[in-house]
Design a protein around this ligand. Structure first.
Ligand SMILES: Nc1ncnc2c1ncn2[C@@H]1O[C@H](COP(=O)(O)OP(=O)(O)OP(=O)(O)O)[C@@H](O)[C@H]1O
Ligand SMILES: [Mg+2]
Length: 274
């Protein structure tokens, strides 16, 4: 039983070469995989390998050229607009730059109450209480309610983005490089938060990252993308100990060659005391 089932997914972009001649590049090339409910799966690959394009196709934020995506057995590419609108709250995405994902004119409170009102039939008092509960869940207290994004650090902005994504009670979350704009310590804290929330809320998480080492701390399985192709996907420990491809081997060797900035033991302790 899969929550997400991807079959032969391909997406190409057109670009103008010399003169008027159009050329095409396959950003996602015949990708197939499945995700089981409550799994944490990571897709890793270097810049330009097609990770974001894949994520956007999976949520039908952009149209794919070939293939299908089944979410809870529904083919999302064949849904009409109203069926898709109904499904949207169940599938949420967290983007790389939290600052860009938030409306600069809206306070934290406005951002969360608006998100709650769009997708849920909820009273004004209930909405405020729920928004405060979400804020608390991502580690921010009520004093942040009246702040604008410019009055928050990058890590705090990403916490608000995560709270907003949770407001629709999604069953499936895609986090596309959720921490790449943050410094090392904040990066780890946000990853720990995502990991905890995924487990506590019985969600399924697809993490997209160029960092196989971070992926290996959180994911049950890791898929590797290279030039649009998913060249392999294996349970994390198997992938680390017996990569099938030379490219994966290089990614692992490179990622584990340098000492980690953050002590994982320290983080594990922090996680236990939270
Ligand atoms: N809107 C677009 N129009 C044309 N080409 C695009 C577009 N978006 C992405 N591409 C190209 O598609 C390929 C895959 O891009 P994509 O953004 O999916 O990669 P990525 O793995 O997410 O990279 P990064 O790690 O830098 O975020 C790249 O060659 C990119 O230049
Ligand atoms: Mg990307």
């Amino acid at each position: 039983m899969s929550i997400l089932s991807v079959h032969n997914l391909s997406k190409r972009y057109a670009w103008r070469a010399s003169g008027f001649k159009m050329k095409y590049k396959w950003a996602v090339d015949d990708v197939s995989f499945d995700i089981a409910p409550r799994e944490i799966v990571a897709i890793v690959g270097e810049s330009g390998s097609g990770k974001t394009t894949l994520a956007r196709c999976l949520l039908r934020l952009i149209p794919a050229d070939h293939g299908s995506v089944l979410f809870e057995n529904q083919d999302i590419f064949t849904l009409d607009r109203s069926a898709l609108r109904q499904l949207r709250p169940s599938m949420q995405m967290i983007f790389q730059h939290p600052g860009r994902a938030l409306n600069p004119r809206h306070t934290v409170g406005q951002t969360l109450t608006e998100a709650l009102q769009v997708h849920r039939d909820i009273s004004e008092t209930g909405c405020r209480a729920e928004a405060l509960r979400l804020l608390d869940r991502v580690g921010l207290n009520a004093s942040y309610w009246h702040r604008h994004p410019s009055e928050l650090s990058g890590g705090q902005q990403q916490r608000v983005v995560i709270a907003r994504a949770l407001s629709t009670q999604p069953r499936f979350l895609i986090a596309d490089e959720p921490t790449s704009s943050l410094d090392a310590m904040v990066r780890q804290k946000i990853m720990v938060l995502l990991d905890e929330l995924t487990k506590a809320r019985h969600m399924t998480l697809l993490i997209i990252t160029h960092d196989i080492r971070t992926a290996s701390h959180y994911a049950n399985r890791i898929g590797v993308m290279q030039q649009g192709k998913l060249i392999e996907m294996q349970p994390t420990q198997e992938l680390l100990s017996a990569p099938q491809h030379e490219y994966t081997h290089q990614l692992i060797a490179h990622a584990f060659a340098t000492p980690e900035t953050i002590d994982q033991h320290e983080l594990a302790l922090e996680r236990e005391t939270q």
